[in-house]
Design a protein around this ligand. Structure first.
Ligand SMILES: [Zn+2]
Length: 169
């Protein structure tokens, strides 16, 4: 089952975790491509041959870190804000297509759009889905993207849409 996006490159993966050196939260191992797409270039050489994890805690200022804790990156070491961290500005809903939460809300409210594809195509020429490489977590934005759509529909007193399931990028 695909995640509703075109050209999906999703497949099954094993989840490997390590706790954050700053807050102790359990973070997942992130594909190197995703780390490099989001970390500032000056740090590329430091992550060679290291397993890099991502802190999932919204209040923690750490983004990526290595299992041996020799590397610990702040939010400011990234090219774009991490969507789930507190005070993220802008909040990015889809990293592959550069769509912000605000744009999703606008598309639902002003243009009556309710799917990932329709909303992306409202702002971009075509849809891209390479979350494994471009999303900071290496995972698909589908759940978060649809949670914004449904939160917005709720404020309009309208029925939520169902979230396309099964994506495990
Ligand atoms: Zn943390």
């Amino acid at each position: 089952m695909d995640c509703g996006c075109t050209n999906c490159t999703c497949d099954e993966k094993e989840i490997i975790t390590s706790s954050c050196p700053e807050c102790g939260s359990t973070g997942n191992l992130i594909p190197e491509k995703a780390v490099k797409a989001n970390l500032n270039k000056e740090f590329y050489s430091s992550i060679d041959n290291k397993d890099i994890y991502l802190c999932p805690d919204e209040n923690c200022k750490t983004s990526y870190y290595s299992k041996d804790y020799s590397l610990k990156f702040d939010l400011s070491d990234l090219k774009r804000p991490l969507w789930y961290k507190i005070n993220s500005d802008p909040v990015i809903a889809c990293y592959c297509n550069n769509i912000t939460e605000e744009q999703v809300v606008d598309a639902v409210k002003k243009h009556d759009l309710k799917t990932w594809q329709d909303i992306v195509l409202h702002y971009q020429e075509k849809t891209l889905c390479i979350c494994k490489k471009l999303n900071p977590s290496g995972e698909c934005c589908t759940d978060f993207f649809y949670s914004i759509i449904n939160k917005t529909l709720l404020t309009l007193d309208r029925e939520p849409v169902s979230i396309p399931g099964g994506c495990t990028c």
